[in-house]
Design a protein around this ligand. Sequence first.
Ligand code: HEM
Ligand SMILES: [Cu+2]
Length: 649
Amino acid sequence: MDLDKFKVHGEPLIYGAMVSIALATIGILVGLTYFKKWGYLWREWLTTVDHKKIGVMYILAALLMLFRGGVDAMMMRLQTAAPEMKFLDAQHYNEVFTTHGLIMILFMAMPFIIGLMNVIIPLQIGARDVAFPRLNAVSFWLFFMGAMLLNISFVIGGSPDAGWSAYFPLASLEFSPTVGNNYYSLALQISGIGTLITGVNFIVTILKMRAPGMKLMKMPMFTWSVLITNVIIVFAFPVLTVALALMMFDRLFGSQFFTMANGGMDMLWANLFWVWGHPEVYIVILPAFGIYSEIIATFSKKNLYGYTSMVFSMLIISLLSFLVWAHHFYTMGQGAMVNSFFSITTMAIAVPTGVKIFNWLFTLRKGRITFTTPMLYTLAFIPIFTIGGVTGVMLAMASADYQYHNTMFLVAHFHYVLIPGAVFAVIAGFHYWFPKVFGFRLNERLGKHSFWWIVISFNVTFFPLFFLGLMGMTRRTYTYSEESGFGPLNMLSFVGAVGLAIGFLLLVYNIYWSTRYMPRDTTSDPWDGRTLEWATHSPMPIYNFAIVPTVQTRDALWSAKQDNIPLYDDTKITKIHMPSNTGKPFILGVIFFILGFALVFSLWIPAILSGIGVIVMLAFMSFDRDHGYYISAEEVIATEKKLKRGEIV
Ligand code: HEM
Ligand SMILES: [Cu+2]
């Protein structure tokens, strides 16, 4: 075997990363052994099927990936801070923007949202868990192993280097001969299957497990957004699955799907990628709209303006999101007719999005507004996202796009959409729902400090890029000359990026500080909420609700508080059926990881063995008869008593 292909060559940076990864791993292993935490880890986390714990693990992983993607971003901004910088060479710059884009979208934004959805959706619809708790664990472990597989590429074998969109022929074996793009196809494949399963799970959960009385048009807006998002997942992800499989065949087995020879077609990749890729951006943005809707209603003390039009706007957006994909390559030569069609559908999306913006503004109108941290993020989102949207319409004009295409203008545009549209939303949701999960709030003063750092620095980082783009600076370029005149604005953008890093570090410090010093929230409803998740204790018991609430209005808890409508009769506690833990999803994830790794390096024997392992494991899980277990009524009553006294169970 040729050991050389496992090595990555080059820079002190990479050797440094290797050493720190090795040290961190050893540290964790030693720590777990020393504090005798292996059993705890296995029982409470690795084998859990509890939607709340799975959600927390998603969010932890996403925070970790935010750090990784952020380090990538800082390296790029440093490299381009001044003309002719020698920090990264061209190859490493290629790898870094590729992993940055991939990680931020697939392993940070999406899992963060799926994490929040895991924690909150069952609570918000008054359910005890998701429809298929074990499949939920499978989803998480496949996502996690996929993410790990991509991350080790940095130190074993080399990272993908053809952009997050991996266009052919750039991503073909001929032009990208390292194993980097093998990692791309396998890591995304494994985590993508996990996401697809999440899609099925949440559609069934929301359609079948709502509390009695919660008709579709009485669902909270976050639940609506998640339902629609999961429908998009179920339609979009199979396209990615197929595209990645074809890519794997091309790279590993010499097939010719995406080459110009032998009847293949490189444009086919671009089309397949964006048929998934554009809906993907809505997969991260629609739940964000849901989060903002909840936050605006809560902190304006009003019900959401235009509920029905909100739902229909999201439905229209989800349909249109499948009809715009070619706006990503107007310049590839498909002709004026095709470009006009995609230009019109793209601009059409602005209409339902505008409807939503106006609904939020009308909800704010005459509201009793409190400026909490989650609310500040929401208020900042509205104008910033609008800038992102308006520049999107500029890019949507096919003829004008010939000027903007592949320039920093585009980079500015999509960060203006994605950062307020996804990152601010998950941070806002994180602050908002944190007390539900952990039983205490995050510190508001620190929260606001980090908010101002993040929002101001965001604009300092990305606004200059609009001008750099118009001046002609192309994206994915690792350096530029002094004469180009790009220097000063890039330096400004670097300064902004440092500010962003400070903002995110403050957020992490806030989590640490609040965990140590914040007092317990004994109300279980710290924000005076409107929806069912605030109707149970914080932190909630494993069964969520001792008695499933009965819903009569849209803002069920709010009406219960205002008009004294009882949500449930708590003399009627009976035994509760719960799913039991299982280690199989985790083991399946590990086998998938080994399979992925073996395929990346074309190690056929281990690949075949682990492939068989996957099939055996799946068969084993299909025939697994588990009937779960019951928590007796007495035990539930005892737990409820403790919770009412403010104890943590
Ligand atoms: C936190 C601050 C961030 C900074 C400073 C930053 C900076 C950058 C830079 C410098 C590039 C490459 C420009 C180029 O040379 O082409 C880039 C590309 C990209 N970024 Fe970010 N970014 C940040 C956050 C994010 C987030 C949160 C997301 C997504 C949720 C994201 C998604 C992307 C994508 C998809 C690309 C394109 C990658 C490619 O060209 O293949 N970024 N970013
Ligand atoms: Cu698009």
